[in-house]
Design a protein around this ligand. Sequence first.
Ligand SMILES: C[S@@+](CC[C@H](N)C(=O)[O-])C[C@H]1O[C@@H](n2cnc3c(N)ncnc32)[C@H](O)[C@@H]1O
Length: 443
Amino acid sequence: MIHPFSVLDTRTKEWQSRKREWLDKYKIQSELGRDETVSKSGFWEQTNSVSVFDPVLTQHMYEWFCPPKGKILDPFAGGSVRGIVGEELGFKYTGIDISENQILANREQSDKPNWIVGDSIDILRENEMEEYDFIFTCPPYHDLEVYSDNPKDISTQTYDEFIRNLEYIMYLSSKKLKENRFIGIVVSEIRELSTTRNYKKGTYKGFVSDIVKFMEKHDLHFYNDMILFNSQHQASRTAGTYFKRNRKIASVHQNVLIFVKGNPDLATEVIEWNGKYVCKIDGKKYRTYKEASISINHDELGVSEVTRRCQSKKSKYKEWQTIGKETKPDIRYIIDSVPFESIPQINKITGIVDSHIYNRILSDNPLYRHWIKNDDDWFKGLTYREMENIQVGTEIRPQLPTISCEGLHFYSTFEAGRKFGLSKERIRQKLKDDKYSDYFYLT
Ligand SMILES: C[S@@+](CC[C@H](N)C(=O)[O-])C[C@H]1O[C@@H](n2cnc3c(N)ncnc32)[C@H](O)[C@@H]1O
């Protein structure tokens, strides 16, 4: 419905009606549980003067950045919106909030999400299992809204403490995120309210850039920055005076920051994936050849090379397979009943140099009649393992005897002559003479 543009305009009819649908259908009252909240500013859409998260934004962020049915972690759950929208769209949502009142109010609205009461630092430190597919959260904007008097509630802390703990919570959350996944943080710039001789300068704190900096420090790369364009109703009432007094521009947006852990292409493939693995390499399944290429070594192994290997019938790529189109070896030569796919492979097993191998295969000499080109598709359907077992388990006779004389096999007339005390000419005569039926050529 909404285009993936860097400005998300919440004021459109579409957006607003979808928002109403969400709120009405699931009876979402995200403002519940906020009785203790002290708000310094109506920075978000007003409902009893505290911020309420947008369900349409939530829906889009989940659908755009989380794999279907994925597990979502929210270390600053706040109201019920992100949990309810997540579960109703088929995702598995876990939301942590330090405020028990908040979680109780959320649970009353829906018990489908996994609501956890506690300090995210304590909860997330418990284990580091990489189980989540998306982190999506909206932290306190420092002390713009103070949610409680609990000193562990980061909205009660000095800016430096607040940023340090926010960084730590995002770091701990990212440890629980799978590799190649996205993180979304909704924030907004905040003004410095420090007073210099009764004078409030109100400069920006650089909150948004502080977040980007600490995320990058932990290898969580800044990938998208969207502007969520909010309703102007509130701002338009005060913007004029505000501007005349000190040239402050009324803020009518939030920043939706998207970070990536690992590779964004792979993170995308997980989202776009149709549920079928494409290839299997060294026992590991990959969703696409591209995923395999990036995971194995993208610099050295491009996608086309991975594809080629997965489609190759050569046994050196037997561990590179396209699922559903698994290859079998292409048996091109048969030496003494042993199947081979190439001349170098024969060389490896017999030690005979490639040119000799080739000559023998082409030769008419009956000594080499057991060296043949497989034009008849013998050994069709043989697996790589079966081929290797035959190759290793069978001894290849380099030559075959050519004649049979009195029940014995000989490689030449000379050899037979020596055995029977006859000349090789005599042996040849006997071979040709029908009288001597026990003298014949082996073919
Ligand atoms: C900005 S609010 C969320 C408001 C937002 N508009 C919403 O509804 O999603 C942030 C939440 O963080 C919670 N919080 C503050 N410190 C926390 C901590 N250390 N661990 C977990 N939650 C914390 C507060 O209780 C508050 O509900």
